[in-house]
Design a protein around this ligand. Structure first.
Ligand SMILES: Cc1cc2nc3c(=O)[nH]c(=O)nc-3n(C[C@H](O)[C@H](O)[C@H](O)COP(=O)(O)OP(=O)(O)OC[C@H]3O[C@@H](n4cnc5c(N)ncnc54)[C@H](O)[C@@H]3O)c2cc1C
Length: 449
């Protein structure tokens, strides 16, 4: 390893990969990526942090839904003009297509999406229509391997090389320090550490005095039902996204990451096990699942949404030795689910390792009430979802790092230090994370002339 590069990138998730692809097109001579996880062919989804860490980041075993609607999957519309955003989206989509993403687009506007929009209103739900290209989990790894091959020999990629510190002199970035103590000099540093790096970002941002605002923490459950119950929605929208303001608390509650015929999986961040999900493009289970998340933003004096989310997740892990599963009927009736009750359930879990238990011991009343109210509202447009046989897995938590205050080019107030992707709190999905990498890299290319 030399210890000097023009550009160094922290992480190898979609944001970082697209930054590297863009820099390569501009013929930057020396670019290095430092990733704490393993190379793509060495990653195994079921092994601890490997779901989130390594080449491809959280995207490697994701559902691979590429959201083609600019308003979903992040906040880039607050940084660039609508025209620039559409151009970026098109460029990013073209790159995914060139590496093998399928041509088919789901959820295109039609009479059916309009009818669903109107019907949702009657149930106090806002339906957010969006177009999606669906890779499917089994196609994410091969696509990421193709990108990896395209960058081979052009970008220096170091795996199992976690970055400890960002080195700064006179408010200008000058390199990185790795956990093993090695230092790397660089003219530009791009940080794309993802949600898994939320705590790392929080601590670095605090130490370097970079301005940031607290992000919400989203806490909820993964809901699983027979695919037929949700087919009315998934046939029209593939990923049906709804927003609801709860009756009792007026909290923002939303559906997220709907996976038709998919499977529920666990997600490990450090010592915490939470729940997530994905689906294949060919292999089908009998169920469809999605999450219901309640957003909370803390202001004063408490400013640690990550700590709050981890506390709730730890409680579920303490009681359930991992993820807890409960039938909706048991939750409503105030009793725990048991193995016997789950065995008798019409919906058979796609995550059989979850422990039957009682989510009311874990989730605050505010969250539980809001989730139940949203399920009741959803039942008006997709009858059968508020059934005692609906399964709830808990908890699902989305820790977002504090949102870093960034200008449109995504450079912090430390010269030549850029933050991109989910780790900067500005994106929440594959497309916008990838687009953010392109924005930072384009700015660096411009400055290099
Ligand atoms: C199961 C699952 C399903 C999903 N499905 C979808 C979907 O269908 N559609 C969608 O749009 N989004 C989906 N997502 C979300 C999507 O994967 C993320 O939004 C996207 O990967 C974010 O990209 P990123 O580059 O910002 O961060 P990440 O992909 O999280 O990558 C960050 C990388 O940085 C590395 N890193 C962190 N800290 C350090 C450090 N200190 N030193 C070195 N390396 C570090 C990590 O190991 C990781 O590899 C899913 C996520 C999961 C987990």
């Amino acid at each position: 390893m030399t210890n000097r590069y023009q550009v160094v990138i922290v992480g190898a998730g979609p944001s970082a990969i697209f930054a590297a692809l863009t820099l390569m097109k501009g013929n930057v001579e020396s670019v290095a990526i430092f990733e704490r996880g393993k190379d793509i062919h060495e990653r195994k989804r079921g092994r601890g942090m490997e779901l989130l860490c390594g080449w491809g980041g959280a995207g490697a075993f994701s559902d691979g839904k590429l959201t083609l609607s600019p308003k979903v999957g992040g906040f880039l519309s607050e940084f660039v003009s609508p025209t620039q955003l559409m151009e970026l989206l098109k460029k990013t989509d073209d790159i995914y297509l060139s590496f093998g993403a399928p041509k088919e687009v789901f959820g295109q506007s039609s009479e059916k999406t309009e009818a669903l929009y109107q019907e949702a209103k009657l149930a106090n739900l806002e339906f957010v229509p969006m177009e999606i290209r669906h890779l499917g989990t089994e196609n994410c790894v091969p696509l990421l391997m193709r990108i990896r091959e395209a960058l081979e020999g052009k970008v220096h990629i170091f795996f199992e090389s976690p970055v400890e510190e960002i080195l700064v002199k006179n408010r200008k970035v000058c390199g990185l320090q790795l956990y093993d103590g090695n230092q790397v000099e660089a003219d530009f540093v791009i940080c794309g550490p993802g949600r898994v790096g939320a705590e790392w970002v929080r601590n670095r941002v605090q130490r370097l005095g970079i301005a940031s605002v607290p992000s919400p923490v989203d806490i909820g459950v993964r809901v699983e039902a027979p695919a037929s119950v949700l087919q009315k929605l998934t046939d029209v929208a593939y990923e049906a996204k709804f927003i609801y303001y709860s009756k009792t608390f007026d909290d923002k509650v939303r559906t997220f990451c709907m996976n038709p015929f998919g499977e529920v999986v666990t997600e490990t961040i450090d010592d915490i096990v939470t729940v997530n999900g994905h689906s294949y493009s060919t292999k089908r289970t009998e169920n469809t699942h999605f999450s219901i998340l309640v957003s909370s933003t803390f202001t004063e004096p408490f400013r640690d949404p990550i700590g709050y989310g981890k506390y709730i997740a730890r409680l579920a892990n303490l009681l359930g030795q991992g993820v807890i599963i409960q039938r909706l009927g048991d939750l409503i009736d105030g009793r725990r689910s048991t193995t016997d009750r789950i065995n008798r359930c019409i919906t058979q879990p796609t995550l059989p390792s979850a422990t039957p238990g009682d989510l009311s011991f874990v989730l605050p009343y505010r969250h539980l009430k809001s989730i139940i109210e949203m399920l009741e509202a959803l039942d008006r447009i997709t009858p059968g979802i508020y059934s005692r046989h609906t399964l709830l897995y808990g908890v699902e938590v989305k820790f977002y790092t504090n949102r870093i205050k960034l200008p449109p080019v995504l450079e912090t107030d430390i010269q030549n230090l850029f933050f991109i992707g989910d780790g900067a709190g500005i994106t929440r999905g594959l497309m916008q994370a990838s687009m953010s990498g392109m924005i930072a890299a384009n700015e660096i290319l411009k400055r290099m002339g």
